[in-house]
Design a protein around this ligand. Structure first.
Ligand code: ATP
Ligand code: MG
Length: 329
């Protein structure tokens, strides 16, 4: 039995179905990832899990407690860091933590100790008397995380903990998440970033349009993309159908395509095949923007299942903001 059991949940807003029959079984001690593009239903699932909104149908239990019956009890055992920063901008780092502590009725001495610990954990001790409104995005996120942990929950839910963070802060958040997990905390996180899900999560559910389209460990999922190397060709939109046809007729390769990109699994002699494909494209006078090989990624799985790409273009060297690229067929 999982610590969290989500059973065929549905959430409708009027005529619109935001969550359409999702089930998940999350085990104690794991880092569970919910990966999906904008609007796929990640936050709605989290809000249902916390009992912040009502289910249309289905059921959720956390530690055996039914969320629909006892939402406040669930929220006492679960920590939550929302997608929006919820730290109070007018309060200092210390005050932000104290307010939360008093909400949970933590005694005075214990609170003082926990606040001190939280400040140190989030590396904000030297800013304890500074208003949170002046903090950088990364600092606010760190404060937000320890704030969510003030009542010592055994489960923590993080809704897109690294969206909008630069690479350095992203890696630092990953390390904090790993440390919490090593201390026995069960973690559920949502993300739009493939690499994040791949690097952090024991198991992942991939969401699209309110449905789980695949789930498993990162390696199980990547195997779904195919056995072998992936050849990837990007080209002008108008050339994509021609390239697809060429791969099929000359190389017997079944290709997946998005608007400007083609991928196909090559099971045997990938480098040789790559050279032959490049040669054939040149003979056919088709110009490509790029052509190369890679091992299967979670993006290849997403493309295979949806025909869209869910790819981040994080530039690790420049520390630039991360932008997600989504192209529809
Ligand atoms: N209160 C609401 N009323 C109507 N529609 C809603 C409501 N909340 C969410 N939705 C719709 O449900 C869908 C799923 O939204 P949700 O916020 O769960 O997506 P998400 O996966 O968290 O996306 P993002 O990555 O942008 O945070 C969206 O199309 C959204 O517009
Ligand atoms: Mg969201």
């Amino acid at each position: 039995m999982g610590i969290i059991e989500i059973d065929r949940i549905i959430k409708r807003f009027g005529d619109f179905t935001a969550v359409n029959g999702i089930s998940m079984d999350i085990k104690k001690g794991e880092i569970y990832g919910i990966l999906g593009p904008n609007g796929s239903g990640k936050t709605t699932t989290i809000n249902l899990l916390l009992g912040l909104i009502d289910l249309t149908s289905g059921s959720i239990t956390v530690n055996g407690i039914n969320v629909s019956k006892d939402p406040s009890k669930v929220r006492m055992t679960v920590g939550f860091m929302s997608q929006e920063t919820l730290v109070d901008q007018d309060l200092t780092a210390r005050e932000n933590l104290e307010v939360i502590g008093s909400l949970y009725h933590i005694g005075k001495d214990e609170l003082a100790r926990e606040v001190k610990e939280a400040l140190s954990e989030s590396e904000l001790t030297e800013f304890e008397n500074v208003k949170a409104g002046t903090f950088s995005g990364g600092m606010q996120r760190r404060l937000n995380l320890v704030r969510a942990m003030m009542h010592n929950p055994s489960v923590i839910i993080l809704d897109e903990p690294t969206t909008g963070l630069d690479v350095q802060n992203r890696v630092s958040m990953w390390n904090r998440i790993k440390t919490l997990n090593q201390n026995g905390i069960t973690i559920i996180l949502t993300t739009q970033y493939l690499e994040e899900a791949d690097a952090l999560c024991d198991r992942i559910s991939i969401l699209d349009h309110g449905k789980v389209i695949a789930n498993g460990t990162p390696s199980e999922l990547k195997r779904m993309a195919g056995n072998g190397d992936i050849i990837e060709i990007s080209a002008k939109i108008s050339d994509i159908p021609k390239i697809k046809e060429l791969l099929k007729t000359k190389f017997n390769l079944k290709a997946e395509s998005t608007s400007d990109r083609i991928t196909a699994v090559i099971a045997k002699d990938p480098t040789k095949t790559l050279a032959k494909v490049a040669d054939q494209l040149e003979k056919s006078k088709i110009n490509v923007i790029s052509i190369g090989l890679h091992l299967p990624t979670l993006d290849d799985v997403f493309i295979k299942l949806t025909g869209s790409t869910l790819r981040d273009t994080a530039d690790a060297s420049s520390g630039s903001r991360m932008d997600k690229v989504m192209t529809h067929r």
